[in-house]
Design a protein around this ligand. Sequence first.
Ligand SMILES: Cc1ncc(COP(=O)(O)O)c(C=O)c1O
Length: 504
Amino acid sequence: MKIIDLRSDTVTRPSIGMRKAMYEAEVGDDVFGDDPTVQTLEAQVAELFGKEASLFVPSGTMGNQISLKVLSNPGEELLLDENSHIFNYEVGAPAALSGLLAHPLNGERGHLTARQIEAHIRGSDLHLPLTRVVALENTHNRAGGTVASLEEFKRVKQLAVTRQLKLHLDGARLWNASAATGIPLADWAAPFDTVMSCLSKGLGCPIGSMVVGGKEIIAKARKVRKLFGGGMRQVGILAAAGLYALEHNFSRLVEDHANARQLAAGLANLRGVRVDLDSVQTNIVVFDLQSSGKPIPEVVVRLKEDGVWVVPFGPTRIRAVCHLDVSREDVDIALGVFQRHFEPVRVPAASFSGTPEPEKPPPYAARRVRADLPELINSFADGRLENEYYLSLRTGQIRLLNDQSGEKEREEIYLSENDYVLLPKKRSRDGYQDLLDFIEVLGDGSLREKLAVAVQGQGAFRRFKDVLLAYPEDRRKWFTFSNERDENRIREWLEENQIALELP
Ligand SMILES: Cc1ncc(COP(=O)(O)O)c(C=O)c1O
C-alpha cells in the first residue's frame, strides 16, 4: 500500500540530487569558522533576505529562541499571537531560556495588527514589565498556512521605530509566503530585526534553519548558538543540502500550494467535512470534522490504516500538509481514501444541473457542488441560477449565496484547479486574464449587478488590487463588495492612490 504522508512538510526525505550534493560537500570545522559550504550558504541566504548576515542553526526552534535572546533582556515582555508556534510548541522556551514574559494576543487568522500591538505596549509605571519584543509568524502554521499582510508588517515596523520595540519573524515557511504572493523574501524580511526561516520544511532539507539579521545581531546570535549547544563542526554536509534546496526546491513550492487547494476543494465536497477555503493560501489544509460526529483520534487511525497519514489539530480538526514528496496523483489517491470515510455531497462536474440533490440532504442547509466553468456559465446564461455570486480571489472559489428565501439556504460552487484556474500564480496582467475574462462573462448584461467580490483577508485584498488595475476602467463599476469592511478598505485604497472607480 502506498503511504501518503500529509502530517507535515518536515517529513520529506532528501532526494538523490540532494544526497549527492551533501556527499560532495567541502567541509571544515564551522565552530572555528572553517566550513566553506556553510559560509556560502550563509552568504546566499543573507543576500536573498536582504540582510547583512545569516547564521545556520540546527532547528527552527533554536533559531527563534536565539533571536529572542539576542533581542531582549530577562523580565521583559514578548507580544505574540496566541496560536503562534513560539507560544505553543517551543516548550516554554522564551521563559526558560530568555526570561521573557510571553503575552499572547488574539490575531486574525494568526496575524496581529499594528493597532493591536500598540494597544498592548505597557506604560512606564514602576510596576510594569518593559514591552520589548514582538514576534510574528508568516506563514502561520496553526491558522492553516495563512499569509500575512506586507502592508501591516510595514505599519508594525513604524510602530516599532516610534515605540522602541524589537521585531522578530518566525518565518519557518516564509518561502511559501513568498512563493504564494510573488513578494520577495527580502521585502518580507525588511521590517524585522531578526528572521528565522527553515530549510527543513517545504524546501526538503533533512536538518537546518537560518537566522538572518544585521551583522552585529548575527555576531551575538553566533555566541548564543554556542550557549544553546548549537555550534556544529563539519556541518557543510548539511549546508550543502540547503544550497541544493535553494536552487531546486524553492521555485517549486507553488506546486505544493496548488496541490493543497486541490485537496481542500475535494475535502470541502465531502459530507461532514468543513474547510475554510479562504485560509488555504499555501501548502497547509486544516479541516474540521465536528459536524461528522466522528472522533478525531479514530479518524486519524482509520486513515492511517488506509495509507493516508495526517495529524490531529485540536479536538475537532485535522491538518494535512502538501510537500515535495506528495504529488498531484497522491492528492487524488488521498481524496479517494477520504471518500471511503466521508461520502461526497454532490455529483461530479459532468452531471452538474444547478438543482439540489433530492436525496440525503446535508445536516445544515447548504450544499456544495463542483462544476466546470462552461457549465457554470451556461447555467447563468439560461437563467437557471439567479442568485448573488461571490468570487473569492484568494482560493479561486465562487460562492453562490441564495439568501432570498430568508432561510439562509446556501449553495456554494467550488472550482478546483482542474476545472478552471481563477487564480494564476503569475502576478502579471496575463496571469489574471482568465479571471478578467470570467468577470467579463459574469458582468455582462443582467448579471452585472449580481457580481460581488469578496476580498476578505489581506492576500485577497492584494490580489483584488492587481485584478482591478488590470481591468478596463469603464468596467470597474461591475465590482461590488460582499461586505462593508471590504468596501471601505477598497475605497480608502482607491482614494490614497487616486484611482477612479465608480462603486454602486
Ligand atoms: C511556524 C513554525 N515555527 C517554528 C517551527 C520549529 O521548527 P523546528 O521543528 O525545526 O524546531 C515550526 C515547526 O514546525 C513551525 O511550524
